[in-house]
Design a protein around this ligand. Structure first.
Ligand SMILES: Nc1nc2c(ncn2[C@@H]2O[C@H](COP(=O)(O)OP(=O)(O)OP(=O)(O)O)[C@@H](O)[C@H]2O)c(=O)[nH]1
Ligand SMILES: [Mg+2]
Length: 463
């Protein structure tokens, strides 16, 4: 597919900065840039310059000079999009950026759509679909783990693995379909035992990738951690201590937090999303009770629950506390629960040892002084299975890929069953074709406009 029109967009973040980069891509990118460029070297024409070269000069329109700029020239196919690309580094004032973009629009460029540069890169075979998607993830990555996963996927990640298996499966599909043409002769071109081996291998790889999604999802979206407990135990103070900023309002009045407050930070390279909730108690206050209902919804969504109580009130409330903890454990048996005695600065050593003997898993903390916060973040990190990450294994983070992998897995299981039960070649071929289809969806061998539209709409303009 070729694109006739030349697109333009700001590639750097909008707003003013030291430098801004404006990008052009398409058949006329170099001609259009040349028509607005006056090099400091007399009579230098951009069209005559080699690919991957940089040129100093001015952006001009007749007598008007817009800015002094550096222009980089990339000639097709050796560019990000695979087309002719020109990048103009101008001074980063909002006014200059807009004036230059307007100028290029007058000269015949069209404003690029979201993700259109990357879409063109995909359509021109510079990237496969999963790599193109990784570009968006890379731009969005804000911690070590999500960065590492996006980087790995952009460099080929599992799409090369999938492409290879698809190739082998395609071979078998062709052989089996060939057999159908020779049905009378009753021959077998496709070695069934080799085929079984392949199906086993594919099953293994798919299963590993599917399982990795749980980790991948967590890495991409941050691990939701709900902080719950009765009013006034110090939940908001703990949130602030974890985030290292005064994010939530703290007061001695019970019922201060009426809604949930969320914020994300990176701990040891993993994104955690902490959710401060309204304290749980019986109440007639309508607003507060809505907040409490929300607290339970947040526990549902959280992957980890931190239950906080006031160490100073332990003596008076130890029995209700234990009942409360049992309730949570019964309701969410799978969810890691971290139990914390807060305000430990207010109690003496005897009370502490009593606490520890009655609730052995207890962690001691003072949200106010910061005591125990590091230990808490360490135990959070320990909960998360990041083994896969550190072993450099491929991790699936994209729900579209996950979906396609699940479907491919289902089809491959049908093929496997078909092989075991001696299913006829024509029926086997149908299942194989289905599996191939889902493999192709991941890498982009099989696409449709809706799918592409969806994926690239999530990009920023200029990428
Ligand atoms: N001494 C001491 N006081 C604390 C500690 N943590 C919180 N507090 C105090 O406890 C009071 C309640 O703290 P908050 O963080 O607002 O409690 P909360 O659990 O968010 O309360 P609600 O939003 O009402 O449910 C405030 O006066 C805090 O300063 C601590 O570790 N030690
Ligand atoms: Mg609060």
């Amino acid at each position: 597919m070729t694109h006739q029109d030349t697109i333009v967009a700001l590639a750097t973040a909008s707003g003013s900065g030291a430098i801004a980069v404006i990008r052009l891509s398409g058949n006329d990118a170099i001609t259009i840039a040349e028509s607005c460029f006056k090099s400091v070297t007399p009579n230098k024409l951009l069209g005559k310059q080699q690919t991957h070269t940089i040129h100093l000069g001015h952006i001009v329109e007749e007598e008007r000079v817009f800015d002094e700029v550096l222009i980089s020239v990339f000639k097709n196919p050796n560019s990000y999009t695979g087309e002719d690309v020109v990048e103009i580094s101008c001074h980063g004032s909002l006014y200059i950026q807009q004036e230059i973009i307007q100028l290029f629009l007058r000269k015949g460029c069209r404003m690029a759509n979201a993700g259109e540069f990357t879409l063109r890169a995909f359509l021109n075979g510079k990237l496969d679909l999963s790599q193109a998607e990784a570009v968006a993830d890379l731009i969005a990555s804000d911690n070590e783990a999500s960065h590492q996963v996006a980087m790995q996927q952009m460099r080929g990640g599992f799409s090369s693995e999938i492409a290879k298996l698809r190739e082998e499966l395609l071979n078998f599909a062709s052989l089996i379909e060939l057999e159908l043409d020779f049905a009378e002769e009753d021959v077998e071109f496709a070695d069934r035992s080799q085929f079984k081996d392949l199906v086993e291998r594919i099953t293994f790889v798919l299963k590993r990738l599917i399982d990795s999604f749980a980790v991948g999802n967590v890495i991409k979206n941050g691990i939701p951690v709900a902080i719950v407990g009765e009013p006034n135990v110090g939940k908001s103070t703990l949130l602030n201590a974890l985030l290292n900023e005064e994010r939530a309002i703290v007061s001695e009045i019970a019922g201060t937090t009426r809604d949930t407050i969320e914020d994300e930070i990176s701990i040891g390279g993993i994104g955690f999303r902490f959710i401060d909730t309204a304290g749980i108690r019986e109440t007639k206050d309508v607003v507060e009770s809505i907040g409490i209902k929300k607290t339970f919804e947040k526990i549902d969504q959280a992957q980890v629950v931190i239950y906080l109580f006031d160490a100073d009130k332990f003596k008076a409330q130890s029995s209700t506390l234990k009942v409360e903890l049992e309730k949570i454990k019964n309701k969410y048996p799978q969810k890691p629960l971290i139990v914390i005695a807060n305000k430990i600065d207010k109690v003496d050593d005897i009370s502490i040892s009593k606490l520890q003997s009655e609730i052995p898993e207890i962690k001691l903390l003072s949200a106010k002084t910061g005591f125990g916060v590091d230990e808490l973040t360490n135990s959070l990190l320990n909960l998360i299975n990041t083994g896969a990450l550190h072993n450099n294994e491929t991790i699936v983070t994209n729900s579209r890929h996950y979906d396609a992998l699940l479907k491919a897995f289902e089809e491959v299981q049908k093929v496997k069953y078909g092989l075991e039960t001696g299913l006829s070649g024509d029926l086997l071929a149908i299942d194989i074709r289905q599996a191939l289809y889902h493999f192709g969806e991941i890498t982009g061998e099989i696409t449709n406009d809706d799918l592409l539209g969806n994926i690239f709409a999530n990009f920023c303009i200029g990428k």
